[in-house]
Design a protein around this ligand. Structure first.
Ligand code: ADQ
Length: 470
């Protein structure tokens, strides 16, 4: 049996105090099955070059971590990954800040990852690289002589060629992606965008049937692997959290009012400023709801070292202040905006208590909160999901109320429709979405990707077959 090796920028180290999120649970259980290895950044920066990885073994899984030099980290992570690739891939050109030094640091940190990982690899490993921080890693492992199947999964959207081409080093980025054996995307839109880029750089003849792409002598497979959630795990967390005092106190404080919940990382792609405006439009358009609904938005600051994230926090505080200043009463606050973290189980309890889940990103690879909201509901009396059409999750959760997050009026109508939806329709929509979630949960997502990597083991034979046909 092959051993699975996962590589990601951040890894979820097993700690007694912190329960891992759904993605970490999915990856850890896949790693446990094969006595696998998870390699990544330790979460610490240092003044010196990275030493040998620190290795911890828990439940048969090895966790190997390295520190990154402070300056490299600033340029690679805050800089290239989060000020160039993140905005570009989310179609926010305005947020992009390209500097060559950042590109160099990105290459350097990826090389360090490859150099530190390569000695830990074994002859039967399958290697699975995660996300936009590590696109060059596959090529760099190949340069160090690694022959085993290597796959890459992109958690965020992939842009069309007209957007990608804005990046000065877009051709290198695309070539790097073709060094993998399997390249996975969240949705068909992302895969189509990837094809548009491949066609631009290598010609239409590079795209063969069944997701195969041929570049020179190499054949890789590109496919859609929509990420799912741990449906049973979320249901258990959400049910148990009902008796937790923090969830009870929140529910009691509503004094019987309807609850609308939003849970996001504080990020401009999540559309929070637009969401707050839509809520204000809703209160203006449907004044009967004034005093009768509470909107709780949880959004702790992420990537605090990137300027755009500090700015968005200020904009949101101002927007919440404006709405509250205008509509609040002595015993009612329309928006409760919480800039802090809660444990995952508590969040699931909050989502279960909500009548409406408001998930309106301006662009999102998948958006697991939308899926968690559905999984957390009481199936006999479920809340309604209002979901952005521009989230990957909208491709699967077609029974949600789908909205354009820029359309204040459309979102406000959807909130009203959600609040007044009769129980049979709520149940029907919820059941349809739950079925989708169960069919494609986090375990089947990891299984499908690992199977694709296993198939790539025979890629030598396939390559020969394609060469013979050509
Ligand atoms: P994120 O942009 O972080 O992930 P999302 O998918 O919504 O976004 O959330 C991932 C996880 O973080 C979920 O389990 C969620 O509960 C948790 N989370 C979100 N907000 C939180 C908060 N305020 N406090 C605590 N936990 C919170 C990236 C991509 C997404 C893609 C995921 C997984 O941007 O498009 O869905 O990876 O592939």
């Amino acid at each position: 049996m092959s051993r699975l090796v996962c590589v990601s920028n951040r890894i979820s180290l097993p700690r007694k105090s912190a329960a891992p999120g759904g993605l970490a649970i999915g990856i850890q259980s896949a790693l446990r099955r094969s006595g696998g290895l998870w390699f990544g950044w330790s979460g610490d920066t240092s003044e010196e070059d990275a030493g040998d990885p620190d290795i911890h073994i828990r439940d048969g899984v090895s966790f190997a971590t390295i520190d990154i030099r402070k300056q490299d980290f600033d340029d690679y992570y805050n800089g290239y990954a989060n000020e160039v690739l993140w905005p570009l891939f989310h179609y926010f050109l305005k947020g992009m800040r390209y500097r060559t030094e950042q590109r160099d640091a990105y290459e350097d940190v990826n090389r360090i990852f490859a150099q530190k990982l390569q000695p830990l690899l074994q002859p039967k490993d399958l290697i699975w690289v995660h996300d936009y921080h590590l696109i060059p890693l596959g090529r760099q492992l190949r340069e160090l002589g690694v022959q085993r199947p290597i796959g890459f999964f992109l958690h965020i959207p992939f842009p069309n060629i007209e957007m990608l081409r804005v990046l000065p080093s877009y051709a290198e980025l695309l070539r790097d992606l073709t060094c993998y054996d399997v390249v996975g995307f969240q949705t068909q839109n992302d895969l189509n965008a990837f094809y548009s880029c491949i066609e631009h750089l290598f010609g239409a003849e590079a795209i063969r049937g069944e997701g195969r792409i041929r570049v020179g002598e190499r054949v890789l497979r590109a496919a859609v692997f929509p990420i799912g959630v741990d449906v049973n795990g979320v249901q258990t967390e959400a049910t148990e959290a009902q008796s937790a005092s923090v969830v009870k106190r929140m529910s009691d404080s509503l004094m019987g009012r309807d609850l609308m919940m939003g849970v996001d990382r504080l990020d401009y792609s999540k559309g929070l400023v637009e969401r707050f405006s839509a809520y204000q439009t809703f209160l203006e358009t449907y004044p009967d709801n004034v005093g009768r609904i509470t909107y709780i938005q949880i959004a702790p600051l992420s990537r605090a070292d990137v300027k755009a994230y500090v700015e968005i926090r200020q904009s949101l505080e101002q927007a919440a202040g404006r709405t509250n200043g205008r509509f609040a009463d002595t015993d009612w606050t329309p928006i409760r905006y919480l800039n802090r973290n809660f444990p995952h189980a508590t969040l699931m309890g909050f989502l279960r208590a909500a009548d409406v889940g408001l998930v309106t990103p301006l662009r999102d690879g998948m958006n697991l909160v939308a899926k968690e909201f559905v999984a957390a509901q009481d199936a006999t009396d479920p809340g309604v999901l209002v979901l952005s059409n521009l989230a990957g999750a909208a491709r699967e959760l077609t029974s949600a109320l789908l909205v354009n997050p820029y359309d204040m009026r459309g979102v406000s109508h959807a909130i009203q429709a959600a609040l007044s939806m009769p129980l049979p329709e709520r149940r029907e929509r919820h059941a349809a979405m739950l079925q989708v979630l169960k069919r494609n949960d986090i375990a089947s997502w990891t299984r499908r990707f690992v199977e694709a990597l296993e198939q790539a083991q025979s890629s030598d034979a396939r390559m020969r077959a394609v060469s013979n046909r050509a």
